[in-house]
Design a protein. Structure first.
Length: 359
């Protein structure tokens, strides 16, 4: 069930539950994902979504470099039905770029986690996370790809420009919380969006895991400086939540408001021989996924109470066992104000939220 709140007082009830509006099914003859395991990963491990137009959307998978174009058809009252379109490939960075960033030209796991739109381009952000089991640095996940909307609509191999976020996160913006037990998996970017001329990057890791003022964290930077990796005007935005151990899982801009989905920020234990093997903050399904509204133009006002608490979703995993799915994608439906597509990492279903009022 979904319940809405603001400052402790209930809003009018919205949709009782998320509707399923499509299933992502990769074709068996996919040349890129030619095994059952690969197709399962690409259809279930979803982590970001954006819809440039009413008839199509883009989703990213956090397994390697997965980007997929979805088709959207409309019925009565423009209600959507989503189907798989095709898998896309981004043109890999130039050797000059790779060399300048200390990378070779071997295929890398980008660990794509977020999509943001500047209008005519989409930005694809890696997680800036470490390897899942070893905790070792994964430099491919530090990259951002920039592609035009027209190319994403019309091409299967998409030209891309590339940048790295290393210089941004080497600045003393969030230094005291990096490389602590809570985030042995790395920085873990989970959400991104653009508001005005700034790219907003949502971090899964809270700024204070057990302090007196727990908060989630957004880092903003002018997107005009992204390709030059000029982060001199970057700013941190701690968003107080009054709850410990939750972080940002997805973001979307609607007018002057930024929708922020928060959720459990805990991590699983790594291998026993890892330097970060003993984590203090374990994943906990008791910390639900919630939606809050942030209005940066109004004194950085952030609603500490959630507008929506999402119901738990469980799905069969690759081992055919029930496992909790994690809400990691929210995308405004351009055809229907107040409606949003919802993605869960761990589910191949595209879900739909209606009736959200932001005033």
């Amino acid at each position: 069930m979904l319940t809405t709140f603001l400052c402790g007082a209930p809003f009018h009830s919205i949709a009782a539950e998320l509707k399923e509006v499509g299933t992502i099914v990769l074709p068996h003859d996919s040349a890129t994902y030619d095994s059952k395991k690969k197709r399962f990963e690409q259809s279930h491990n979803l982590s970001g979504m954006f819809c440039p137009a009413p008839d199509w959307c883009i989703v990213v998978s956090d397994e390697r470099r997965g980007i997929h174009r979805l088709n959207v058809t409309r019925g009565a009252e423009s209600r959507p039905q989503v189907t798989f379109g095709t898998s896309l490939k981004l043109e890999w960075p130039s050797k000059k770029f790779l060399k300048a960033h200390g990378l070779d030209d071997k295929p890398r796991e980008l660990d794509l986690e977020a999509i943001a739109s500047t209008g005519d381009t989409l930005l694809f952000l890696g997680s800036h996370g470490n390897k899942r089991m070893s905790g070792k640095i994964n430099p491919g996940s530090h990259l951002v790809a920039i592609a035009s909307v027209s190319d994403l609509k019309s091409k299967d191999v998409v030209p891309a420009k590339w940048a790295s976020l290393d210089k941004l996160f080497r600045r003393d913006l969030i230094g005291e919380v990096l490389n602590k037990p809570l985030q042995c998996g790395g920085l873990n970017i989970e959400g991104a969006t653009v508001l005005g001329d700034r790219l907003l990057i949502g971090i899964r890791i809270p700024t204070k895991a057990d302090g007196p003022s727990p908060a989630t964290l957004v880092v903003s930077t002018p997107y005009a400086g992204l390709l030059k990796e000029d982060f001199s005007e970057a700013k941190p935005h701690p968003l107080p939540t009054q709850q410990s151990l939750i972080g940002i899982r997805a973001m979307e801009t609607v007018g002057d408001a930024v929708l922020v989905v928060t959720g459990d920020a805990g991590v699983s234990d790594l291998k026993d021989d890892s330097a970060c093997a003993t984590n203090l903050y374990k994943e906990d399904p008791a910390r639900p996924f919630e939606l809050r509204v942030w209005r940066p133009a109004k004194g950085d006002f952030f609603e500490t109470e959630p507008r929506i608490t999402f119901a738990t979703v469980t799905e069969m995993d690759a081992d055919n066992e029930l496992s909790p799915a994690k809400l990691e994608g929210i995308a405004a439906d351009p055809a229907r104000p107040g409606a949003f597509f919802i993605l869960y990492d761990g589910s191949d279903k595209v879900r739909y939220l209606e009736g959200l009022k932001l005033q």
